[in-house]
Each structure stands twice: as C-alpha cells, then as structure tokens.
Design a protein around this ligand. Structure first.
Ligand code: SIN
Length: 494
C-alpha cells in the first residue's frame, strides 16, 4: 500500500471518518479499499460505517446545532472564510489526492479544488445575508414578519466524479445558514472529502457541525432518512437512486434536493463559429473523461456545417493525450471502474450494431505497463439515431456521438425528446436564434456559445427527471432554510 506520500495524504488521518469531532474507525472494524483507477494500486482503507455510526453522527449534529445556529451570520462567515483560505492553501495537495483516487488529470483536479473553494467563499459572504421580510398587513393593527431560520440537522450524499466540489456545494450553504451536516462521501473517492473535513476542523468549525461518513451508502442513507431529526437532504447521483431516496424522504417529509442524471444535447447551427463550437464540444464532452452529469451526450450538427465540424472535431479528439492524470500534459484520465468501461463498450457496440460508424477511437487504449486497463480512447461516432442507447442513456465516457439535422425546429425537438433536463448547449451567432433556442430548451442549465457554465454563484440543477431544487449561489440556501410567518397583532391604542 501507500503510494500516496505524506504531502498528498490528509495529514493526520487518511483512514478515519469524522463524527462529532472525533476521527473514527467502524465499530466492527470493517473497511473499504480505495484504489487508484489509473494503476489499481491500493491507496487507503477507510471505515465501512453503517446505520449505527450514521445515527451517532445525527446525535452529534443535533447536539452541535443550537450553538452553531446561535452564532451571528458574520461569525459563521468568518469561520467559513478561514475554511476557504485553507482549501486554497492546500490546493495542490488536495488536487493530487483527487487525481490519485478519481483519476482526472491534475490540471482538472486543481480547477475543481478552486471551484469547490468558490462555494465556500460565496457561502461565507452569503451567511451575512440571510434576510427576512416584512409584508404590509391587511389591517392597521397587525404587522407581518417573515423569518428565515435554519432547518436543523441536514445530510448530503455525494458522488465520486467531483469529490471536492459536490461536497462543498452542499456543505457550505448548509453551514452558512446555521445548519449542521452529515456528509456521506462517495466510496470510490472518500479521501478528498476526509481531507476537506480535516481543513474544516482546522478552520475552527466546532465538533459535530460537520461530520463526514464513509461506508455503506444504502445503510447510511436509510439510517439518515429514517431519523426524523434529519430535516433536509441533498443528493447528487443517478436518477434511479434519487427516486428511491425521494420515496424514503416521504416518511418524515424530509426536504430533499436532487441533482440527478443528465443527457445533455449540444446543438451546432450552420451560423456557429466553427472554432468556438469545436473547442466547446471538446471541453464539455471530454472533461473528466466524459464522466460528468452535464457533459454533452448527443451532438446535433446542422447539415451546412456538418462536414467541416466533424472533421475539425475528429482532428481535435485525435490529439487528446490519454494517460495517468498525474503525468504532465495528460488530458484524459482513466474511467472510474471496470463497470464504467463495460458500459462505454456496450454503448458503442449497440450503436455500431445499429448502423453507426466509428470515426475516431472506439476502443480501449492498449494495455501499458504499470497502468490499469481502464483507459478508453477518445471517440467520435457518426450516424447515431434515437434508437441507439448512446442517444438515450448517459454513457459517462469519452464518446461523442454526432447526428445531422436540417432545421432549428427539428434540433430543438430532438434535444427535448428525453426524460432528462439537466444541461444543454448550443452554438450560433444569430442573436434571435440564440434567444429562441435558449427559451425553448427544457433544461435547467443552458450554455449559449459556452460549454463550461459551472460557477459557484449560479443555480445548478435540472428539470424533469434530472432533479429537484437548485444548488449554487443564493438558490442553494432554500433547502436549508424554513420560512416562518409571524402575524403580530398590536395592543389597541388608548
Ligand atoms: C456533476 O457532474 O454533477 C457536476 C458538474 C459540475 O458541477 O460542473
């Protein structure tokens, strides 16, 4: 074991979860092995916690809540600001740790750490602005006050593909509003979350306010959702699991926010700037080796630009460098696991079997000494149709399927023909079309000539089966706040 050096691993703890300010093993000693997807090397063992430890975390978060909510917004803001500073101080260390457990290239991991820290910085500022309201009453002797108060103990279930940003996007607004939180870290990538927890402690966030659990996702989420003290939960992951959690949240009418699967269309119109459209397609499609909920999954290209776009995209995709994310210049890392590789292969085989043609890639990268067989060649496929799995299911891999279209109406209809509604992109230089298409797309996030829309201050979330609620910016606060209406009748005057 131990390919992570001390400069990379969380300094004090790389094999403990955080409950009530204590770094803990599982009560029964069970562990989960964390492996580097690029090399298959064992990098750490973290506790496989279950229902008992989850309930202990709820105890700790409940005990910490009264003191944390009693701080002023400005006091919480200062602590969160320290947390932000510490994340940025350790940016490179955290980025390396992320690459080792998740596989994404170091430059992308570094970008994610800054993105993750941005949620903490933004929430630190917003902690001072949890405003109420007064509303004019219906009678002269009444006053109407609206208060916004923290819901209490909250929980987050986070995914492996963004091991830092999906933690802070949930945790930071919860803490800003005065809530306490239990974070269930993804089993494939728990080390970044634990390292963040360590920095939260260093920043002075009191014991029990942040708890980070590793372990059995189903057992832990069941325990959290069957505990009536947990008042809100935020989940990022598959639509299938999101639906199950939503049903379980009904038990205690727990507030729930869901950021679920997507199947993002990307539309390139004849009047698009070709270079901008190609660069944008590469950026959104191949970010994190295509393992992103908002990355383009279906690329619709208008007839007049199709041939030039397909050629330029193929040239760009052929030049992408695949390898261990720690190596200089690598742009595409490994897929997270063997099941991920198998799914990509199945989607390509299904498409080719139904008439599609592979233009670039389409296969595993031939095995290399000291690397795992988990690298997929960046791929462009042409002639895909709606009957193919690749055009209806999330591939979560570096595969760009191209579809030719004739009219704007056809492209918008195809783009919206899905139960998903997370992100969509389009490229055009016609201002009227830009507004028409932006309005017509049934998606929570629309990139108009922009393939990288994720920023801390904007609302992130989907329509239809892609989710419920929004993370990011001031919108993130809603999940963690109750709205209380106080109707105040004045004493009669003499
Ligand atoms: C995700 O894949 O869920 C997150 C992507 C992002 O925040 O940009």
């Amino acid at each position: 074991m131990a390919p992570i050096d001390s400069a990379t691993s969380p300094r004090a703890v790389q094999d403990r979860a955080l409950i009530g300010g204590r770094w803990r093993m599982a009560l029964d000693g069970r562990v989960i092995e964390v492996r580097n997807p690029a090399t298959d090397e064992l990098v750490a063992r973290v506790p496989r916690l279950g229902a008992t430890e989850a309930t202990q975390a709820v105890d700790a978060a409940s005990a910490a809540f009264p003191t944390w909510r009693a701080l002023t917004g400005a006091e919480r803001s200062r602590i969160l600001r320290r947390f932000f500073d510490l994340i940025m101080r350790d940016e490179m260390r955290l980025a390396r740790l992320m690459t080792i457990e998740e596989g994404k290239p170091l430059s992308e991991a570094r970008g994610e750490i800054a993105y993750a820290a941005g949620f903490v910085e933004w929430s630190a500022e917003e902690a001072k602005r949890v405003y109420g309201e007064t509303i004019p009453a219906s009678s002269r002797d009444k006053r109407i006050l609206i208060m916004r108060q923290p819901v209490g103990v909250t929980a987050a279930i986070t995914p492996w593909n963004f091991p830092a940003a999906m933690v802070t996007r949930k945790l930071a607004p919860a803490l800003a509003t005065g809530c306490t939180m239990i974070v269930k870290a993804a089993s494939a990538t728990p080390l970044t979350a634990l390292a963040l927890a360590e920095l939260a402690v260093e920043a002075g966030i009191p014991a029990g306010v942040v708890n980070v659990l590793t372990g059995d996702a189903r057992e832990i989420s069941d325990a959290l959702l069957s505990d009536s003290r947990v008042r809100a939960i935020s989940f990022t992951g598959s639509t299938e699991v999101g639906k199950t959690l939503m049903a379980k949240a009904a038990r205690h009418v727990t507030k729930i926010e869901l950021e679920l699967g997507g199947h993002a269309p990307l539309l390139v119109f004849d009047d698009a700037n070709l270079d901008v459209a190609v660069a944008g397609t590469v950026a959104t499609k191949f970010r994190n080796a295509g393992q992103t909920c908002i990355c383009a999954n279906r690329i619709y290209v208008q007839s007049g630009i199709y041939d030039r776009f397909a050629e330029a995209l193929s040239v760009a995709v052929r030049s992408l460098r695949v390898g261990d994310g720690l190596d200089e210049g690598v742009q595409i890392g490994p897929l997270i696991d063997d099941a991920g590789m198998a799914k990509v292969e199945e989607h390509i085989a299904d498409a080719v079997g139904k008439g599609a043609r592979v233009r670039v890639g389409g296969h595993r990268v031939p095995p290399q000494p000291s690397l795992a067989d988990r690298f997929f060649a960046p791929t462009v496929i042409e002639g895909t149709t709606t009957e193919m799995r690749i055009n209806s299911e999330e591939t979560f891999g570096p595969v760009a399927p191209l579809v030719r279209f004739e009219s704007e109406a056809d492209a918008v209809a195809m783009a919206n023909d899905t139960p998903y509604g997370l992100a969509a992109y389009f490229f055009t230089r016609d201002a009227s079309r830009l507004m028409r298409v932006a309005e017509a797309l049934e998606y929570g996030i629309v990139g108009a000539n922009d393939a990288l829309p994720s920023i801390p201050q904007a609302p992130f979330g989907g329509m239809k089966e892609s989710g419920l609620g929004r993370e990011g910016g001031k919108y993130a606060m809603d999940l963690f706040l109750e709205t209380k209406y106080v109707s105040w009748a004045l004493e009669p005057t003499e």
